[in-house]
Design a protein around this ligand. Structure first.
Ligand code: G3I
Length: 345
């Protein structure tokens, strides 16, 4: 009840901002940030970012002040970090790590093993299991070593399962079998015994075939003593598909396995145009997922997949959809922003 009232106040503030009646920027700056509020619960509140955006000073100002955690959207992926076999390039990832350090923000490493955005030298060749194992091990260990002490967590394997809970037939699965996941975790752990190691995927927010596959695998890996610390739920939601009402229960069952969880790539897209009603519903969803994370002790933090609609991946990937983030394209907070604040209060 109290919470709902707060949300109404937040929504009103949003209307005032939208109507141009916002308090001056200085007054807004004095408010606690999302990061400040999340820290009171022992959580972080982060944003993804990407290198091309870092020339945008107003964008960088909000990125550096409102959040206490950063994830590089592309800069640490295999195509960026090992563009030729055995030739490593840390330029993009380092730029983001350095920016984050300057603002005392922690960094999630994303991602070591993924079927997408692989370099051509890797995908254009038929590999023997022996050779691919060696290539994978070297990639993981070189990158984890490079970022040792600079990232607090890694998405070691990203998107390993299909929607029905079967293994995705990636180059790694097809060549090495399902054991590549345990191997990847062990290799990463050898290279940095302190960093938290995650498996990360989308459409695993609700309890269902795909999240069940993670639950089963996580249980097996823990039983075998494989170094797995957490499950990342990407949380790319869409208003037209409904809210994952079992999110909190789902987070809790992973906690009970002794695992951390995190909402790692949150956005909530909608079919455009964005109406007041849709933005209000989106705000409620952002508040609800924040509540779900706060309700489960081992849900360690929330990362939005960039913070502004200006740099969202959605419009390029889903035609006619967008407006997925808590700040609009002019970097103004939307109702979702105020709803998150209220949920964190
Ligand atoms: O680097 C080229 C550039 O040279 C070229 O001019 C430009 C023209 O389109 O494309 C650039 O590559 C783009 C790349 O991002 C870097 O900006 C690709 O086209 C584009 O497809 C790629 O999109 C990324 C996407 O992963 C690829 O699947 C998004 O930025 C990134 O936000 C997104 O992130 C993923 C997570 O890693 C995993 N979970 C899903 C999430 C959303 O797709």
């Amino acid at each position: 009840m109290h919470k709902n009232r707060l949300r109404l106040v937040g929504a009103l503030a949003a209307v005032l901002v939208a109507g141009g009646m916002a308090a001056p920027a200085q007054a807004h700056d004095k408010q606690p940030t999302l990061a400040d509020l999340a820290q009171r619960h022992g959580r972080y509140f982060g944003s993804a970012t990407d290198n091309p955006e870092l020339v945008d000073e107003p964008y960088k100002a909000v990125l550096g002040s409102e959040f206490d955690q950063i994830t590089p959207g592309n800069g640490m992926k295999w195509y960026a970090t090992e563009p030729q076999q055995g030739v490593f390039d840390w330029t993009a990832g380092d730029e983001i790590v350095n920016l984050a350090r300057a603002h005392h923000q922690k960094v999630r490493g994303h991602t070591l093993v993924w079927h997408s955005q692989l370099p051509d030298w890797l995908t254009s060749k038929e590999w023997t299991a022996k050779d691919l194992r060696a290539v994978l091990k070297k990639h993981i260990q070189t990158e984890v070593r490079h970022y040792r002490g600079k990232v607090f967590a890694w998405d070691v394997v990203n998107e390993a399962f299909n929607e029905d809970g079967t293994y995705r037939e990636t180059i790694f699965y097809k060549t090495l079998g399902p054991g590549y996941i345990a191997d990847a975790l062990r290799w990463a752990h050898q290279a940095d015994p302190k960093v938290k190691l995650y498996l990360n995927d989308y459409n695993i927010e609700a309890i269902g075939a795909k999240s069940d596959a993670y639950y089963k695998l996580a249980k097996e890996l823990k039983a075998q003593g494989v170094p797995l610390n957490g499950i990342g739920l990407q949380t790319h939601l869409a208003l037209q598909y409904g809210y994952p009402t079992t999110l909190e229960d789902n987070l809790r069952r992973f906690s009970k396995l002794g695992l951390d969880t995190a909402l790692t790539e949150v956005d909530i897209r909608m079919i455009l145009p964005a109406t007041e009603e849709k933005l209000a519903e989106q705000a409620t969803w952002y508040a609800d997922l924040t509540d779900a994370c706060l309700a489960v002790r081992r849900c360690v933090g929330i990362t939005i997949w960039d913070y502004t609609d200006k740099y969202s991946w959605i419009p390029a990937f889903f035609e006619g959809e967008g407006a997925a983030l808590p700040y609009d394209e002019q970097l103004q907070p939307k109702p979702a922003y105020f709803a998150i604040r209220d949920a964190l209060k």
